[in-house]
Design a protein around this ligand. Structure first.
Ligand SMILES: [Zn+2]
Length: 222
C-alpha cells in the first residue's frame, strides 16, 4: 500500500487572541471593512494576511518613521533656480480645502505619497492631476484650483473677467500683462473680447444691473 501523499500546503501559523464574542465580532467586522476597501483599491482577491500586512505596514512602514524629517513644515520655502518657471495659477479658499480633503482621504487608504503629475490651465485656473505610485494600482484624482459656478464657468476666471472689465485696461495691456507673468489668459479676451458667450453673458448681466439701478434712482428722484 502506497503511503499517503503529503499535500503541499503553504506554511501557515495561527494567532490566538483572548476575547469574548463582542471582541470577535469587532475584529471580523473591522477586517471585512478593510477587505472591501482593498478590494476596490487593488482589484484582486484579498486574504487575511494581505489585510494584516497592509495594516501593519501603514503603522510600521520605515518610510513613515522619519516623517518629521522628510517634511519641511516651515512656511518659508525657497524657490530653486530650475523651478522659477513653474506653473502659476489662481486658487481659492474652498478649492485649497478640497485639495487637503483629497490628500487626507487618500492617506487613509494608501501609504504612498500623492504627487502632482500634470497641471493644465483653463484661463487663470489650474487643473491638476494628482497621482500616487502604489504598486497595487495607482490612485488618481483631478483637482481644480477654483470652484465652478452653476453655469459651469470657473469662479476665479469670472472674478478676473469682472476685474478686467472694470479696470479700464485695454485688451493689449491685459494680454501683455498675463503673458509676462505667465498666469494664463481668459480665452474670451484672447480670442477677441465681447464675442464669446461668457463675455456676452457678463455684459448682459451688467447692463441689466445698470438699467435697474438707474431706473430705481430716477423713480426715487421723481
Ligand atoms: Zn495611493
Amino acid at each position: 500500500m502506497e503511503p499517503p501523499r503529503k499535500r503541499n500546503r503553504p506554511e501557515s501559523f495561527k494567532i490566538e487572541f483572548p476575547g469574548d464574542v463582542n471582541f470577535r465580532r469587532f475584529v471580523s467586522d473591522g477586517m471585512q471593512k478593510v477587505r472591501q476597501h482593498l478590494l476596490t483599491s487593488w482589484n484582486r482577491p484579498v486574504s487575511n494576511s494581505d489585510i494584516l500586512k497592509h495594516l501593519l505596514s501603514l503603522h510600521n512602514d520605515p518610510k513613515d518613521d522619519d516623517t518629521e524629517n522628510r517634511y519641511d513644515f516651515n512656511t518659508y520655502q525657497q524657490a530653486n533656480r530650475q523651478d522659477v518657471d513653474q506653473t502659476m495659477f489662481v486658487t481659492m479658499d474652498t478649492s485649497l480645502q478640497k485639495c487637503l480633503d483629497i490628500s487626507a482621504y487618500h492617506a487613509r487608504l494608501c501609504p504612498a505619497e500623492l504627487k502632482v503629475q500634470k497641471i493644465t490651465r483653463r484661463g487663470h485656473v489650474g487643473i491638476a492631476k494628482l497621482c500616487c505610485n502604489q504598486p497595487q494600482g495607482n490612485h488618481a484624482y483631478i483637482w481644480s484650483s477654483s470652484p465652478y459656478l452653476p453655469n459651469k464657468e470657473l469662479l476665479a476666471n469670472a472674478r478676473i473677467l469682472h476685474a478686467y472689465s472694470t479696470s479700464g485696461m485695454i485688451r493689449a495691456q491685459y494680454l501683455r500683462f498675463c503673458q509676462a507673468a505667465g498666469i494664463g489668459l481668459l480665452r474670451d479676451i484672447r480670442d477677441g473680447e465681447r464675442q464669446k458667450p461668457s463675455f456676452q453673458h457678463y455684459y448682459g448681466a451688467v447692463t441689466d444691473a445698470y438699467t435697474e439701478s438707474t431706473e430705481q434712482a430716477i423713480l426715487e428722484e421723481a
